[in-house]
Design a protein around this ligand. Structure first.
Ligand SMILES: Nc1nc2c(ncn2[C@@H]2O[C@H](COP(=O)(O)OP(=O)(O)OP(=O)(O)O)[C@@H](O)[C@H]2O)c(=O)[nH]1
Ligand SMILES: [Mg+2]
Length: 382
C-alpha cells in the first residue's frame, strides 16, 4: 500500500527538517507500507522549500510541490491531486508541519484503514483526544466545528471537522470526489472535504489525538495578528456551511417531490388497470407499482441526483436493474398486500389500501434496505 504523507508548510524552516525526519523514521518502522513524503510549500520566503529540496536529493521518497501561496485550501487540493496522479497514492495523510499533531499516530490511522475504514480522522473531540487551545481558539473552534459544521451544515459523520491530520483511502473514495468543487482558500477546506467524502462513503472513524502547542516558529494562518485573514476565513466558513445546508435540504425536498409524483402515478395506474381495463388484481398492483418505480428512478436520476447523473445506455440499464433489485421487496409487498387487502375489503377500498400499504409497509422496508445497503457496501451509494 502506497501511503503519501502531505506536509503543508508556509515559513516553517525550523519545523520542516524534524518533520521529514519523523516521517523517514515512521517509514522505517512500518515497512509493510510504502511511504512517499510530499511537502506542499507555498513558496515560503524563509527557504522552507530549499530544505525539502536538499532532502529530496538524498531520499528519493521525499518530494517537493512548490507554487505560489494560494492559501491552505487550494494548495491542499493541489497536494491531493499530485499524490494521486503523480505518486499513485493508495492512502493520503495530510498533516501540519509544526508537530501540534504527533505524526507517530499515523500507523494507528493506517491500521483502521487496513480494517476497512475509508476516512480515519485524528480527532480532538472523542474521549482520549484534546486540544491545548487558548480561550479564543476554543471559542472559534466551538463556533466553526460544533455549531456550523455539526449542527448547521449537519455533517455528523465525525465530531472533529477542522483538523488536517487524517488518513483517506484513494481508491473509490478520494478519487470519486470532485476536487475541483473544493474551491476554498481557508481552513474550511478540511470541513468541506469531510462533507464531500460523506457523499461517497459512510466508513468514518475517529482516533483520539492530542493537539499540542506548536513546536517552533510562528502561526501562519489564524490569529489576532492577521485579523483580515481571520475574518475572511470565518466568513468563508459560514458561507460554505450554509451552502451545504441548502444543498442538503434541496435534495431532500426533491426526493420528497419525486416520491409524491411516484405515488400519484401508482394510484392512477392502479385505478386504470384494475377498474377500467379489468386486469387481474395482482397484475394491476404489480404493474402500477412498477410504474412508480420507473418514475422514481427516472426523476431521481434526472433531477434529484443530477450532479451524479448516470449516463450511457448500458450504465442506465445496469443501474435501473439494480434499483429494481432493491425495490423488488417493495414490489412484492405492495402486490401481495394489495391483492389480499382488496379481496378482503372489496375493490372500492383500493385507493385507501394503497397509502396504508405505502406508509406502514413499503416506507419502513425501504428505509431498512437503504440503511442496510449503505452499511454493507462501502464507498458506494446506490
Ligand atoms: N502550503 C501552505 N501551507 C500553509 C499555508 N498556511 C498555513 N500552512 C501550513 O498549514 C499548517 C497549519 O497552519 P498553522 O499556522 O499551524 O495554523 P494553526 O495550527 O491553526 O495555528 P497555530 O496553533 O498557531 O499553529 C502549518 O503546517 C502551516 O505551515 C499556506 O498558505 N500554504
Ligand atoms: Mg499549527
Amino acid at each position: 500500500m502506497r501511503v503519501v504523507a502531505i506536509i503543508m508548510t508556509y515559513n516553517e524552516k525550523e519545523n520542516i527538517g524534524p518533520m521529514l525526519e519523523a516521517w523517514l523514521k515512521i517509514a522505517k518502522e512500518n515497512p509493510k507500507y510504502k511511504f512517499e513524503i510530499l511537502n506542499v510549500d507555498g513558496s515560503s520566503p524563509d527557504g522552507t522549500g530549499e530544505i525539502t529540496k536538499k532532502y529530496s536529493q538524498k531520499y528519493k521518497n521525499i518530494h517537493l510541490l512548490s507554487g505560489p501561496r494560494q492559501g491552505m485550501g487550494r494548495e491542499l487540493i493541489n497536494g491531493y491531486r499530485y499524490a494521486i496522479e503523480k505518486l499513485k497514492a493508495d492512502v493520503v495523510i495530510p498533516i501540519d508541519v509544526d508537530f501540534q499533531f504527533d505524526p507517530f499516530l499515523a500507523p494507528k490511522l493506517l491500521q483502521k484503514i487496513d480494517e476497512g475504514y475509508d476516512v480515519v480522522v485524528a480527532s480532538r473531540r472523542v474521549p482520549g483526544g484534546r486540544d491545548y487551545f487558548n480561550w479564543f481558539r476554543k471559542l472559534t473552534n466551538f463556533v466553526s466545528d460544533t455549531l456550523l459544521a455539526y449542527y448547521w451544515a449537519g455533517i455528523k459523520e465525525v465530531k472533529d471537522h477542522n483538523g488536517l491530520f487524517k488518513a483517506i483511502r484513494v481508491k473509490r473514495v478520494l478519487d470519486k470526489v470532485d476536487l475541483g468543487k473544493l474551491d476554498v482558500t481557508g481552513f474550511v477546506v478540511n470541513m468541506k472535504i469531510i462533507y464531500e467524502l460523506s457523499k461517497v462513503t459512510k466508513k468514518f472513524y475517529e482516533v483520539p489525538a492530542i493537539f499540542g502547542k506548536r513546536k517552533a516558529g510562528q502561526t501562519t494562518t489564524v490569529g489576532l495578528k492577521s485579523l483580515n485573514w481571520f475574518l475572511k476565513y470565518i466568513f468563508e466558513y459560514i458561507l460554505q456551511a450554509t451552502k451545504i445546508r441548502l444543498e442538503r435540504s434541496a435534495q431532500f425536498f426533491k426526493f420528497a417531490v419525486v416520491g409524491f409524483i411516484g405515488y400519484l402515478i401508482n394510484a392512477s395506474t392502479l385505478q386504470l388497470f384494475a377498474a377500467r381495463l379489468h386486469f387481474s388484481e395482482w397484475l394491476s398492483w404489480g404493474l402500477s407499482t412498477e410504474m412508480a418505480i420507473i418514475s422514481n428512478f427516472t426523476l431521481n436520476n434526472l433531477w434529484t441526483f443530477k450532479i451524479k447523473k448516470i449516463s450511457g445506455l448500458e450504465n442506465v440499464i445496469k443501474k435501473f436493474l439494480q434499483f429494481n433489485g432493491t425495490s423488488a421487496g417493495a414490489l412484492l409487498i405492495q402486490t401481495i398486500a394489495g391483492t389480499i387487502g382488496t379481496s378482503i375489503f372489496g375493490p372500492q377500498y383500493r385507493q385507501l389500501l394503497l397509502p396504508f400499504i405505502v406508509a406502514f409497509m413499503v416506507l419502513p422496508y425501504n428505509y431498512f434496505m437503504y440503511t442496510r445497503v449503505i452499511w454493507r457496501k462501502s464507498g458506494e451509494k446506490s
